[in-house]
Design a protein around this ligand. Structure first.
Ligand code: ATP
Ligand code: MG
Length: 377
């Protein structure tokens, strides 16, 4: 029996509501795998930790995270902690920092054809879009030395080769997984990584391009590498998102911040977007990660059972795939979500929460996903 340790941090507001549904899904996965035990430990983070301990995350929780194989995270913050110092959100930053979770993954995927309407992009251009932005999350301009004067400000934007190298290994692993699951007619013989930089104007950008090129030549001959300037990448993503289909977009902290928000904007529905922050390379030994929805704690709808649990459930699927290499189970969870949301697939039943124009409660969506999943596993 293999034991996989998961630290569960539901957080504030809708966090615990959507987490409850993801954990039901985890139960179904566990029941289908007598050889695997998910050992769960639950703790607090964010505003609720400020209320109880005076800080957004305690040393004990950070140590538990280090001792876990993965962290499943809900959402944190809310108006009651406005002006708190440190902020609830800084708890998550500390957690990412402690685990050295350097690779932030944000999938851009239209899950269900009928959800193209949520996208601001023309349906014929956006339908079928699927790629993943892999953003370097622990270095670059956001972490460089800062200098502030009244009329002057600067941030040092430094990258070292080893930081680019380790991200490149993740980007390649992600591209391989995407290539393997793509319809055969839609991909070439090799997985593809698009690297976005500003090698035309930034020295750190030239290092990025050199280091990326070198490591792909040296270590990753099975994956095709394409370079693109980050600004033109931003335009292409919006104009022609399918150009990046079934590939990983490999990019630094600053450009990745922007490109991953653009990728979320392309989809248009906050309640559906999962994310992962990985501290290792998927498929190579232990790959710890923090898995969480892209959306915030949605205080305006919390406590009413109205939240959409899909982003949290899809974050769980990412955990199964990247930290635990349970590809079959991850794909089944995603398929179950699609079947529940797709009124064509499920006989016209409207099992959607209010943000998607439906009337279903958070728990009804979770229950429906579990029911379909049982049939798939
Ligand atoms: P943060 O700064 O923490 O990201 P935010 O203010 O940007 O928070 P969210 O908390 O993500 O935003 O909420 C933005 C809007 O989207 C709110 O109206 C919220 O109710 C809605 N929303 C967010 N998540 C969900 C969800 N899971 N289900 C339904 N609606 C959601
Ligand atoms: Mg926000």
């Amino acid at each position: 029996m293999k034991t996989l340790k998961i630290l569960i941090l539901p957080g504030d507001h809708v966090g615990p509501e959507i987490m409850a549904e993801a954990l039901k899904v985890l139960d179904v996965v566990e029941a289908s795998r007598p050889d695997i035990k998910f050992q769960r430990d639950t703790d607090i983070v964010g505003g609720c930790s400020i209320d109880k301990h005076g800080k957004p995350i305690t040393e004990a929780v950070l140590e538990k995270a280090v001792a876990s194989d993965a962290v499943l995270f809900g959402s944190i913050g809310g108006p009651e902690w406005a002006g708190a110092d440190p902020t609830p959100e800084s708890g998550l930053l500390q957690l990412r920092h402690r685990l050295d979770a350097f690779a932030n993954l944000r999938p851009c995927e239209i899950l269900i054809p009928s959800l193209v309407d949520a996208s601001p992009i023309k349906p014929e251009l956006v339908a079928g879009t699927k790629f993943i932005v892999v953003r370097e999350n622990c270095g670059g301009a956001y972490f460089g030395e800062k200098h502030e004067e009244t009329d002057k400000g600067s941030d040092l934007w430094i990258y070292e080769r080893r930081e680019v190298d380790r991200l490149a290994r993740v980007s390649a692993a992600v591209a391989r997984i995407l290539h393997a699951s793509a319809p055969k007619g839609e991909v070439g013989s090799k997985p593809v990584v698009w690297s976005a930089d500003k090698a035309n104007v930034l020295a750190s950008g030239r290092l990025w391009r050199r280091a990326t090129t070198d490591i792909f030549e040296r270590e990753i001959p099975d994956v095709e590498l394409r370079h693109q300037l980050a600004d033109s990448m931003a335009m292409l993503m919006v104009k022609e998102p399918k150009r990046f289909n079934h590939s990983a977009v490999h990019t630094d902290n600053t450009f990745g911040d922007v490109l991953s928000d653009i990728s979320g904007g392309i989809i248009g529905t906050l309640g559906l977007l999962p994310s992962a922050s990985l501290a290792g390379v998927p498929g190579e030994g232990s790959c710890k990660g923090i898995y969480e929805p892209v959306h915030g704690s949605a205080p305006d709808i919390s406590g009413k059972g109205l939240a959409n649990p899909v982003a949290e459930i899809l974050s769980l699927a990412m955990m199964l795939r990247y930290s635990f290499t349970l590809e079959k189970e991850a794909a089944a969870v995603e398929q179950a979500v699609v079947k529940v949301l797709d009124t064509k697939e499920n006989g016209g039943l409207e099992i959607r929460t209010g943000d998607l124009g439906g009337k279903a409660k958070c728990s009804e969506v979770g229950d429906a996903v579990c029911e379909v999943l049982r049939g798939l596993l």
